[in-house]
Design a protein around this ligand. Structure first.
Ligand code: AOF
Ligand code: ZN
Length: 354
């Protein structure tokens, strides 16, 4: 199943709004076929793996990171392909919560195929967190907050001058994280001091470029900012509360979309209403604190760099509310930087059903 999950990851950035899914066909303890869902609209993982296995799929076990689908979507049902191939057992990491696709396990069992669930379930949920979050009826996107901090847990020096804390490897990985999110968000303070591009510039380009989102109560984002100037090329949204109509008009002339609502939760719901199911927030301090205080962060990713920012530095979490011990989802080194992914919320495992 870990192999199936590794195969699934090859669809990184290319399958949304579908999940990343991988499958392996095992006969007599040997892998005889592998496959994955490579791109939205392309054949599903099981179909690719069965094609690779050919006749050796007969009597084999198929391990797949999501319950095989039971519907005619862009492609025919995977359950039909599994039954036709004569497999004897299917092991799925998690059930498919999608109301139009689910029920595959029951169909397979009715055809005499053994079906089991639960192997590597946590990793399978994590890989497609936004998909499961949306399928569970969430009204806001799955929110990941990323911060780069110093050893003294600060995000900027006393002078507040923009400065890179992490090294190249960590920065490249951040681009990979951007590529698997529907939107990338910052607070207007960060937009003003850093004038960022918020695009994917390292690694594989995602199928759909993530929308840039600025949390900007009064729509202060300058028309001369990189974000506003490139809004016609890369979708850009300003989430405002009480914007000056002249500022709105000026930004809209640049192609920026202004959404006006009150409060962070309503702002996130406005994003979800536009099809944004995952949001990757990259600071700064104000927005991070506000999202944490409102309980609107699902995953917190800290990159800690081996630097000290010294007296007067801007603390990453000053004013954030106290919280219970978080579960550590992942910990990984990028050069001398350390990444830790914390779970601030758990995803429920969907129940298999028809
Ligand atoms: C599988 N294997 O590899 C994937 C599945 O529109 P379609 O036909 O591509 O169907 C998309 C839905 O199918 C998706 O929302 C999810 O429920 C399931 N994805 N199922 O058996 C796969 N990618
Ligand atoms: Zn399928």
């Amino acid at each position: 199943m870990r192999r199936a999950l590794a195969l699934a990851r090859r669809g990184w950035g290319l399958t949304a709004p579908n999940p990343m899914v991988g499958a392996v066909v095992v006969l007599d303890g040997v892998i005889v076929g592998e496959g994955y869902h490579a791109r939205y609209g392309d054949p599903h993982a099981e179909v690719m793996a069965l094609a690779a296995a050919g006749e050796r799929a007969r009597g084999a076990t198929v391990l797949v990171s999501l319950e095989p689908c039971n519907h005619h979507g862009k492609t025919p049902p995977c359950v039909d392909a599994l039954i036709a191939a004569g497999v004897s057992r299917v092991v799925a990491a998690v059930a498919d919560p999608n109301p139009v696709a689910k029920g595959g396990a029951d169909r397979l069992r009715a055809a005499g195929i053994t079906v089991d669930f639960g192997c590597e379930a946590a990793a399978a949920l994590e890989l497609n967190a936004a998909f499961f979050h949306a399928a569970a009826g969430a009204r806001r996107p799955w929110v990941t907050l990323k911060l780069a901090v110093s050893v003294d847990n600060a995000i900027a020096t006393a002078s507040r001058e923009p400065r890179w804390l992490t090294g190249d490897a960590a920065r490249h990985y951040v681009h990979r994280l951007r590529a698997t999110n529907d939107a990338i968000g910052v607070g207007v303070g960060t937009a003003l001091t850093d004038d960022p591009q918020l695009t994917v510039r390292h690694g594989r380009r995602p199928r759909v470029p993530p929308t840039r989102v600025v949390f900007d109560r009064t729509a202060r984002l300058p028309e001369s900012s990189v974000l506003a100037r490139t809004a016609r090329r890369t979708p850009t949204i300003v989430l405002a509360e009480a914007p000056d109509p002249e500022r709105v008009a000026a930004l809209e002339r640049r192609g920026v979309v202004i959404l006006v609502q009150q409060g962070l939760e309503a702002a996130l719901e406005a994003l979800a209403a536009r099809g944004i199911r995952s949001l990757f927030v990259e600071g700064g301090a104000e927005l991070s604190k506000a999202l944490l205080a409102a309980g609107l962060v699902d995953r917190l990713i800290i990159f800690q760099a081996p630097v000290l920012l010294g007296p007067g530095a801007l603390p990453a979490f000053a004013g954030a509310p106290p919280a219970e011990r978080f579960r550590v989802v992942e910990r990984r080194e990028f050069g001398d930087d350390l990444m830790t992914v914390y779970a601030l919320r758990e995803l429920p495992s969907p129940a298999p059903g028809t």
